[in-house]
Design a protein around this ligand. Structure first.
Ligand code: ADP
Ligand code: MG
Length: 427
């Protein structure tokens, strides 16, 4: 089978790493890929959003399955385009992708289908939003409706901050058209967890739970990043809570999508809050694998990933067995460039990769790297995802941090407390 993976970060590297272990997969292309990915796949210089080019490429190379990493191409209809041309693709159609691409749409969907979520109001006019801010309790959460690269959510401590957030999103148009509408919602306390399922719209297979660390500094302080680390499973998600995820979230979600006539084939990724009373509330849905969550999910799947994605894309997921899960814990520690998530420099030479290549139950997933001759250079804010798995979370973490010491580049930065919540809970 020839497979095309769309995207070029750690998530895509992990997907390709796992797919390349499949006996069914003979050749992998990646658009655009990165230096690490190029050891497993042929990288082509096409961006993830260039959907027409990708469709033509897949046609020319007789690709059997295209797997989409990021949300942007899904939102603009890459799946619709492939399907119109009779080409198999893993990832929801643009209508399904609204679950992530429009927070207002997702909230209305959740209300309609009784999926637990924070109280909210939707606004299209700033004037009405300002008026509403006088009556809510604080903190309150102001969210741009559309895709904003993880920057469109502002937690406002008081009415003044909330008004500034509304102004920033709707009047300064900080995120462009993504701020034409906003959602203002109730602030929820508790601990966050991510849950995943692969579905063909009929059958779905839940994956393991994950927690990530969004903040740049230790103790989860400072500005948010794309994610500085992750681990799976998340000990907070007890068996009882996992059963609630199925009953209160996945079941009504799938039924709702079907009822709306959306034939959803891809990943469902729920960002949940577990409140102090152990209530589950959906903060948001994403319509693709997470990054870095995928780096810790895939090493824990003991069975072949390819048939799952292939049959989900074909609408025949029930013909394959659910994924077989390892009992290990997996962790990912991100090495980032100094300054990220603000301004940072690129082009720093990375050394020490060969020192960790023999580590067992470990993988270095490249997030932002490039090649110059035979040197590997930094090329992004997040540079590498050091991923390890082990029967014990503690040992997995120790191994990842050993790798973090052996690999070096100018301005290397990483958090030293990845997994702190899980460690406390498992001790
Ligand atoms: N209602 C809420 N209460 C408390 N925190 C929230 C709420 N909504 C969002 N957040 C925080 O903001 C983060 C980003 O919000 P989310 O809805 O996941 O949007 P996105 O990932 O698109 O930026 C969440 O991970 C969570 O930490
Ligand atoms: Mg989120």
């Amino acid at each position: 089978m020839r497979v095309l993976v769309v995207g070029g970060g750690g998530r895509e590297h992990a997907l390709i790493w796992k797919l390349s272990q499949s006996p069914a997969v003979k050749k992998i292309y990646c658009a655009p890929g990165n230096a690490g990915i190029s050891s497993l796949a042929e990288c082509i210089p096409v961006k993830a959003e260039e959907t027409e080019k990708l469709q033509k490429f897949a046609r020319e190379k007789e690709i059997h399955l295209t797997v989409v990493g990021p949300e942007a191409p899904l939102s603009i209809g890459i799946t619709d385009l492939f399907q119109e041309n009779g080409q198999l693709i893993f990832g929801p159609c643009s209508r399904g992708a609204r679950l992530e691409g429009s927070k207002a749409w997702a909230k209305e969907f959740m209300t309609k289908y009784n999926i637990p979520t924070a109280q909210y109001e939707i606004f299209k006019k700033p004037r009405e939003a300002y008026r509403y801010l006088k009556d809510v309790s604080y903190p309150a959460v102001v969210k741009a409706d559309g895709l904003a690269a993880g920057k469109g959510v502002i937690i406002a401590e008081d009415a003044r901050e909330a008004a500034e957030a509304v102004h920033y999103i709707m009047e300064d148009r900080a995120f462009g058209a993504a701020g034409d509408s906003i959602v203002i919602e109730e602030f929820l306390r508790g601990e966050e967890v991510s849950v995943f399922a692969i579905t063909d719209g009929e059958t779905y297979y839940p994956l393991a739970s994950v927690q990530d660390h969004k903040a740049i500094y230790e103790q989860d302080r400072g500005p948010n990043t794309g994610g500085m680390g992750a681990y799976s499973p998340a000990p907070i998600l007890s068996e009882q809570l996992a059963a609630k995820v199925i009953r209160d979230i996945f079941e009504p979600l799938l039924a709702g999508l079907k009822n709306e006539g959306i034939n959803y084939r891809g990943v469902i990724f729920g960002g949940l809050m577990i409140t102090p009373e152990e209530k589950l509330k959906v903060l948001e849905f994403n319509v693709r694998f997470g990054d870095p969550e995928t780096q810790v999910l895939l090493p824990l799947i003991e069975s072949d990933l390819c048939p799952l994605l292939y049959e989900a894309a074909r609408g025949n997921l029930q013909s394959v067995s659910p994924p077989k899960w390892s009992s290990y814990a997996a962790v990912c520690v991100i090495l980032a460039s100094q300054g990220y998530p603000g301004k940072y420099e690129k082009g720093k030479e990375i050394s020490g990769l060969e020192k960790v290549s023999q580590f067992e139950n470990a993988a270095v997933f490249h997030a932002g790297t490039s090649f110059e001759g035979n040197r590997t250079l930094t090329a992004g804010g997040r540079v590498l995802g050091l991923t390890t798995w082990d029967p014990s979370l503690k040992d997995a973490l120790a191994k990842a941090y050993k790798m973090a010491d052996l690999i070096d580049f100018e301005g290397k930065y990483f958090r030293k407390d990845i997994g702190h919540r899980a460690l406390r809970r498992t001790e």
